[in-house]
Ligand binder design. Sequence first.
Ligand SMILES: [Zn+2]
Length: 600
Amino acid sequence: MLCFQVMTNKNKTDWNLRKLFYTSATNSKIEEDMVRGDTATKTFATKYRKDKKWLSNPKSLAKALSEYEKLELVCSPAPILYASYRKELNASDKQAEALANTLDERYTKRGNMLMFFSLELAKISPSMQKRFLKAPELTKYRYMLKVLFESAKHDLSEPEEKILSLLGDVSNGRWIQAVEDIIHTKEVSFDGKNIPVPQALEILRTLPKTKRDALHKATMKALRDIAPMAESELNAIITRKKITDELRKFEEPFDATILGYENERDSVLSMVSAVSKAFGVSKRFYKAKALLMGEKKLTYADRVAPAGTLKKKISFDEALNIVRKAFADLHPRYAEILDRLVSNGQVDVYPKKGKSGGAFCSGAVSSPTMVLLNHVDDAHSLLTLAHEMGHAIHTERSKKQQPVYQNYTTSVAETASTFFEQVAFDALTEKLTEKERLIAMHDRLQGDIVTVFRQIACFNFESDMHQAVRSKGLIPKEDIAKLMNKHMASYLGNSVELTEDDGYFFVAWSHIRRFFYVYSYAYGQLISRAMYARVKKDHSYIEKVDAFLTAGGSASPEDIFEACGLNVRSEAFFKEGLKSIERDVLEFEKAVKNVVKKAV
Ligand SMILES: [Zn+2]
């Protein structure tokens, strides 16, 4: 019998680095691109180091900035990105590693050569700053200058900056690395085998209750063993931050992060306050979850447990069809971006030996937007596809901006990704059975609760920890653990029982080493929820969403969202997003009660 294999699958599932970047690591085009960038950087630096008219004359500055901007286009990051993408696909690609190392040095040199430009511009007198900000010739660069002048208030002198940057790694990075290395080599015994702590934390959620609790207990004990080292590490890096904050004249521990993300302090704090006041919502969720799991009290490990497994297999082609249709319903342009990236070989779909885990989207000015996935044919993979495509759409639409504004800040990144993830989630649930829908609803809600409530509880925990170091000079590990439990209980409520050892989770929580970064998750999620609710109510609002997606980094997040009719400066706005989570929790409670009733 003759078998015909019908080729329906035209989707490319591998990155086409040969076509998009270079044919090989020895391709002469790499050197050509590097030389072009090196030469252009040198020419620019020589020219503007000599004639300093641009520091006092708006017209000359406008000319200098437009040449600076052209540099961004000429100095393509493609060579170094090519090397790093190859490493993402294969961690043991030594040729790519060698290429990355040699290129890295040249990029650093370029950066150093250009450093004078922003440093000298940042140091001009306040009256000259005002003049520049008002100058009509500089309208195109006004926001960029504003950000530069604002952060310059916290800059030190050039030699001081140099010392801080040279010592940064040994007084911060290597401490963090040391604890991470210990965690990676520490093992816990599980099912007759010894497994490393990171793997234990990773597989917890996939285990049945008894095994989950046992492994969790063993893991927390292992973390407690490492706590003396983590105590030294955290006290050192938090004290270092306190010292640099004082030198740079940052008042509060979170101020440097908020400024770095181009946010306004009041806006961020009003969100933190709104979420903290709404912890009752997450507490209700865990109460209902306990009921669903048939437990009186949940353990700390239960908080990551899914409500069941979705039997439904979703191949990549199916996932792509569902996501494409959902995106096209929003606007055809989003489905077009999706199709273009897939057919161009900009999406690497399946897990492979040596390939990095997880998923990401990466892009840069004058470089293709690349998406890496590890698709395993399930619902979670579909949502990840939509999430990363959200980042990709944001990156692609932002290319409408002039080069200096094509990059967006961290605090708006998750707004785009979670927006598209919600759209895909709704499309997915239509295809599920009622039972599966409850599982999907639970898992998604749990994800949102982590993104919003857990991250803000962590923000509050970090604040207290930094204040303790500032006022007492040191915080002992026992106190860090107690503080951690206090803040975790604040959003989990008394349906979750925390043991003394659970407090030692801080040892492994990498986010707290990126001081206050966690707020960006809650910020992004609450704004995207509000946006999606508006689109559902009035489809034409998608054009406002698109205004945000095309805005890149051309204005502050507060101003970008204001242009979409969202007043993110007010607490009331964040309450709106929280209300929508509350509505989902109510619906979940109802569904759980129905299931429990049927079971009785
Ligand atoms: Zn993301």
